[in-house]
Design a protein. Structure first.
Length: 395
């Protein structure tokens, strides 16, 4: 059976949607709450950097901007009871800090902010037992890994900073078997390698390993597949960029190539396997990637998603994906949709095949470094933003 794109069936807008203004905006994460979804991203503030973009789509789409005099942007969103919580990186006080915004169909209800003396970059947050775990990086000279545990009330429980003499930061985490698995990339060996950390729920570092080749390799996301952590990203072990899948506990890995640049950003487990999304090149142009794998992680079907210009799929939750597109107006627009149904005008079949290369585990002598991370009172402005809704699928 061919699975293509189409309708967000539980929502009143019926197909893939483009949300647009006369400037640049894009979505980087989405969260499905059943009768509506939340998404986050960023919007060009008109020559002065970016504002964080927050949206709720149910009977329609309502969008909000969170802004300071400098850059603000959001790469991650989670649920918080009846609301969503956006994880935002803000430069409101000059260096980067964490901002959390609770929002829903009624608007933005609360804004919290945290930070230390360095640049604190927030890449990803996930709800776990007893609260939330946030991962990213902290920079004084080089970048280090930053992991923050929050309570269910979004208050810091512990903060961990791990580093070497080189540069590293985290992109994703998942809870499995009473441990936290954190993934990202490091330049400890000189080239970029992927890393996998195991932490206790109290933040104690249980193990740290690098994984890679003599070229660039890194992991962008980690989730669960049949109860086991599964990480995805990309590898340049064979020259160009291929989709990388790794089961950290067993060391099983796969590389999949669509012919040009390919990048696995996120996946979701399905009853019969995995659906993976990210980016791929199709005839020299950047498109979103939709790749279906069977229960043994072998490719079944694969598609490039996009119009005549640049597209990217940045996140997937359930069947709903979020990204951005340059194909339908004169600027960059939010792209939202679902992997169920058919929208043939946006989908082109593409073949993926496995490639063989040697990637290995390496020691990773991380050191824990003290870091003071506390509540702040940043000046963040909240505005309502009206985006035009376009339907690229009219079949």
């Amino acid at each position: 059976m061919v699975f293509l794109l189409l309708a967000v069936l539980s929502l009143s807008f019926a197909q893939v949607r483009i949300l647009s203004t006369e400037t640049n905006e894009g979505a980087f994460a989405v969260r499905d709450l059943g009768d509506h979804l939340c998404f986050v991203g960023r919007r060009d503030s008109g020559g002065d950097g970016y504002d964080a973009l927050l949206g709720v789509c149910g009977s329609g789409c309502r969008t909000y901007l969170l802004s300071s005099p400098s850059d603000d942007y959001s790469y991650t969103v989670e649920e918080h009871g009846r609301l969503c919580v956006a994880g935002i990186t803000s430069l409101a006080r000059g260096n980067m800090d964490f901002v959390l915004a609770l929002f829903g169909e009624g608007g933005v209800e609360e804004v919290l902010s945290f930070g230390g003396r360095g640049n604190d970059m927030l890449w990803f947050m996930r709800k776990v037992k007893g609260g939330y775990v946030l991962v990213g990086g902290v920079q004084n000279s080089d970048w280090d890994i930053l992991v923050v545990k929050l309570s269910e009330e979004l208050r810091p429980l512990w903060v961990k900073r791990f580093g070497t003499r080189s540069e590293e930061y985290a992109y994703g985490m998942v809870e499995a078997g009473g441990k936290y698995y954190v993934v990202g990339r490091s330049r400890y060996r000189g080239n970029w390698d992927a890393f996998i950390l195991e932490l206790s729920p109290e933040g104690r570092l249980l193990s740290a390993r690098l994984f890679g080749s003599d070229r660039k390799d890194y992991l962008r996301y980690v989730g669960l597949f049949r109860g086991e952590p599964l990480a995805v990203g990309r590898s340049e072990a064979l020259g160009d960029s291929d989709v990388l899948l790794l089961i950290p506990r067993s060391g099983l890995y796969r590389l999949y190539d669509g012919g040009e640049f390919d990048y696995g950003r996120v996946f979701r487990e399905r009853r019969d396997g995995v659906v993976l999304m990210g980016d791929t090149y199709y005839d020299g142009a950047s498109d979103g990637l939709l790749l279906f794998l069977d229960g043994k992680l072998n490719p079944v079907e694969s598609f490039a998603i996009g119009g005549e210009d640049v597209e990217s799929v940045r996140y997937l939750d359930g069947s709903y994906f979020a990204g951005y597109t340059y194909s339908f107006t004169l600027d960059n627009d939010v792209l939202l949709g679902s992997i169920t149904g058919v929208c043939r005008g946006l989908v082109r079949k593409k073949e993926f095949h496995e490639r063989k290369a040697v990637l290995e585990f390496y020691p990773y002598p991380l050191k824990e470094r003290a870091y003071s991370f506390h509540s702040l009172d940043l000046k963040i402005t909240v505005k309502t933003l009206k985006l035009k809704e376009l339907e690229p699928c009219q079949e």
